[in-house]
Design a protein around this ligand. Structure first.
Ligand code: ZN
Length: 312
């Protein structure tokens, strides 16, 4: 189902979406969310974050959630790791992909993972070494999320040269793909275009660059369009726009997965996702988090009359 897709979408609601929510999302409902969204055709789901329970109580069930997700055929199962300890737990589960998070902003990195960027780079070096240590680990894709690449609530504007510098370092150390992350929703489409062009110029055409946008200031899908025009074909989003960062004050939800899929499909870009089946998954989220507001225009308005999905 995912072989002939034009644009790959990755669900991050089970990680980014719930990490800052106090109410525990029940494990059985997490599994149901993953199963239903995979059945709707979403090719990749970031199912948890290997942070200690002191950082977020949402992820005490990582191992159990991953074990269940790995039984779903065709789904790429990924997890976020903030450090070597998290990666050790991640490798032990047999997860397909680990996404290491590192902030371009020094202050945000200190707040988010409580160490300097240099220390984070050293952790990532050790993670890459661990990945290369056994045939089992070698199968695991290593992504790096370049957080606050497009703006930071502590430092404000970010020097694009710093994105290039850190990107080059993590690629040298063994990263397979990079996600340019607008953690706090500061970016605009012109900035997005310029940053991807700059990265392409320095990193070449072969490096897989994905995009992780938040809709904090309403420019999320405009930024997706700008990234599409620069050749980006992989986007994070969260169902119903859940999300935020506990250490980035004011950061609200990720771009809405349902609206993203609608936009891409309406533009003739096949995502492999069935919109009606996707929208139906919102009921599981609503049942698991009854107090959280669910965002999204398509769930409210429905697709336009005469709408034809890209694959049709
Ligand atoms: Zn995020």
């Amino acid at each position: 189902m995912t072989t002939d897709i034009d644009v790959r979408v990755c669900e991050v609601g089970l990680r980014d979406g719930i990490q800052g929510i106090d109410q525990f999302f029940p494990t059985d409902k997490k599994k149901a969310w993953i199963r239903s969204e995979a059945a709707a055709g979403v090719p990749e789901i970031e199912v948890c974050s290997f942070v200690p329970p002191s950082v977020s109580g949402q992820f005490v069930d990582c191992e159990e959630v991953i074990e269940d997700a790995l039984t779903l055929e065709g789904l790429e199962v990924s997890a976020l790791v903030p450090n070597l300890r998290g990666a050790q737990r991640g490798f032990a589960t047999g997860v397909h992909k680990l996404s290491f998070v590192l902030s371009i902003s020094e202050s945000h990195n200190q707040a988010n993972v409580r160490c300097s960027r240099e220390d984070s780079l050293e952790q990532f070096r050790q993670i890459a070494e661990l990945r290369n240590s056994t045939p089992e680990n070698k199968k695991v894709t290593l992504g790096v999320g370049l957080a606050t690449a497009l703006g930071c609530t502590i430092e404000g504007q970010i020097d694009p040269g710093e994105i290039v510098r850190i990107a080059e370092r993590v690629l040298e150390l063994g990263a397979d793909e990079l996600s340019v992350s607008d953690t706090v929703g500061y970016a605009n489409p012109t900035q997005v275009r310029d940053v991807y062009r700059l990265l392409r110029r320095h990193l070449g055409d072969d490096v897989l660059l994905s995009a992780h946008f938040h809709d904090t200031r309403g420019l999320g899908l405009a930024n997706v369009h700008a990234a599409l025009e620069e050749g980006v074909r992989q986007f994070d989003a969260s169902l119903a726009g859940l999300g935020g960062c506990p250490f980035a004050p004011g950061a609200s939800g990720n771009i809405v997965m349902d609206d993203l899929v609608f936009m891409l499909e309406a533009m003739g870009l096949n995502t492999g996702v069935d919109i009606d089946a996707l929208v139906a998954v919102r009921e599981i989220v609503a049942a698991g988090l009854p107090e959280e507001p669910l965002l999204g225009a398509i769930a409210k308005a429905g697709v336009p009359k005469g709408f034809i999905p890209a694959a049709a």
